[in-house]
Design a protein around this ligand. Structure first.
Ligand code: UDX
Length: 444
């Protein structure tokens, strides 16, 4: 079995590394951050992700996974290195490739010393052309070696959803391999066949830029699907009795559409969709093409924030001095990640109009505090959050919020008005007892 290293201890690096280690590969994960390495060595993940902690503890204990500081050492001690460093957005939405540059240079320096061949696999999301023009070039320059001869190179996108990252690593729908040359692709295919055995998913092999584009196209398509259903949700709201949930249920039965990513709501956030959609627009424009559809997807998502705050304003007449309860802060359930969370923009807009906010999230409060600081109040439970509120907005569909009953709102709020931003409650039960406003539901 190959020895594998992962450069980068974020979601992708760590979740994939523990799975490789658990499958029996000798795996090394490296980071520049000694604090992160210290935690991981103790079996403690630096962020919350279901199933991660138990797999990390197990693989550290069995010594299948080793955490180290420094990229060079990781490369020298292994046969294959996955680059899983962050590619954060610049302020204009373009991709910041600083960490990719640094990493590829250090890999090149390590390969200069290494006798055996090495496969480098870029997993970080990068604009088409980056693996060939930046990663390959840096490694060749630093190592004095030739790609395809002395070392191998692939681009291999990841499709992990936060909150499901371990499951998604173990059960992907497909694997895309962008290969510099046939031997590079063959080697990575072999690694995945060792990893998945009899349940190896379909493997799509192609060149480097096509694989890089697959990642952007995949995310832009899913984001478009959500923006599409949200568009029809907004139409439903203007037709008394119309309900987007039924529309989506019906559409999902058409096998050409399928039921996934058709949940209407406050729109998409997170570390990938916003960043990748914006990046797709920017690199397309640089190529001389204006991707109108992707732009519309993005704009529709932005508008969803405004539509939500308008609902609150309409229900309360004015927001000045009104107490709003925010249920859920993270960008989606089962994660403490606040990156591009819809809650942030919604709260900022409400604050601007003079509202007072109390928020509760089962997991993301400390990350939210770093962003919202003292501007809002933080409750210790959903009920605590509802106390004395004039309006509640369900922003993130955590399981524990699904258990709330109309009575919880009626007994605790000053005025029981609920905006169900994720359609988790039964309109029949709620509308009978209190003011229930929901995304994609035309009020009768
Ligand atoms: C996404 C992609 O799914 C994954 O393949 C990629 O590699 C990384 O980005 P992630 O951001 O973790 O994963 O979460 P995802 O479950 O895709 O949700 C993204 C956003 O879309 C969330 O804000 C979520 O609330 C929203 N969403 C999702 C909807 O509004 N409706 C849906 O039906 C699905």
């Amino acid at each position: 079995m190959y020895k594998i290293s992962f450069i980068g201890m974020g979601y992708v690096g760590l979740c994939t590394a523990v799975c490789f280690a658990d499958k029996g590969f000798k795996t090394i994960i490296s980071s520049k951050d000694p604090e992160k390495v210290k935690m991981v060595k103790k079996g403690k993940p630096p962020f919350y992700e279901p199933l991660l902690e138990e797999l990390l503890e197990k693989t550290i204990k069995t010594k299948k996974l080793e955490a180290i500081v420094g990229r060079k050492k990781a490369v020298l001690k292994t046969d294959i290195s996955f680059i899983a460093v962050g590619t954060p957005p610049n302020s204009d939405g373009s991709v910041n490739l600083k960490f990719i540059k640094e990493t590829s240079k250090e890999i090149g320096q390590a390969l200069k010393e290494k006798k055996n061949s090495h496969l480098v696999v870029v997993k970080s999301t990068v604009p088409p052309g980056t693996t060939e023009k930046l990663v390959k070039k840096n490694i060749e320059r630093q190592s004095g070696k030739i790609c395809g001869e002395h070392f191998l190179l692939c681009f291999n996108p990841e499709f992990l959803r936060e909150g499901n990252a371990i499951y998604d690593t173990l059960h992907p729908d497909y694997i895309a391999i962008g290969e510099h040359d046939k031997k590079s692709g063959d080697t990575l295919e072999q690694v995945y066949k060792q990893f998945y055995g009899e349940i190896t998913p379909p493997i799509i092999r192609t060149n480097l830029p096509t694989a890089e584009l697959i990642k952007y196209a995949n995310n832009a398509f899913l984001a478009t699907k959500i923006s599409f259903i949200n568009t029809f949700a907004n139409i439903c709201e203007r037709i008394p009795g119309a309900d987007i949930k039924k529309v989506a249920e019906a559409l999902g039965k058409d096998h050409r559409i399928n039921p996934h990513f058709l949940n209407a709501g406050l729109g998409w956030g997170g570390s990938c969709f916003p960043k990748d959609v914006k990046a797709s627009i920017i690199f397309s424009k640089k190529l001389g093409y204006n991707p109108i559809l992707v732009q519309a997807t993005y704009k529709a998502n932005q508008a969803q924030i405004q539509f939500t705050t308008q609902k609150v304003e309409k229900a309360l007449k004015t927001l000045k001095g009104k107490k709003i309860a925010i249920l859920g802060l993270s960008f989606k359930p089962d994660t403490d990640d606040m990156r591009e969370a819809r809650s942030i923009e919604i709260m900022k807009k409400l604050l601007k109009k003079g509202a007072k906010i109390t928020a509760y999230d089962p997991m993301a409060t400390s990350n939210a505090k770093a962003i919202m600081k003292e501007k809002i109040n933080y409750a210790s439970s959903a009920i605590d959050c509802l106390k004395g509120a004039d309006c509640a907005i369900l922003v993130t569909e955590w399981e524990e919020f699904k258990k709330l009953k109309p009575e919880d709102f009626i007994q605790n709020m000053r005025k029981p008005i609920l905006i169900d931003g994720r359609r988790i409650y039964d309109p029949k039960k709620f509308s009978k007892k209190m003011r229930y406003i929901a995304i994609g539901l035309g009020e009768s």
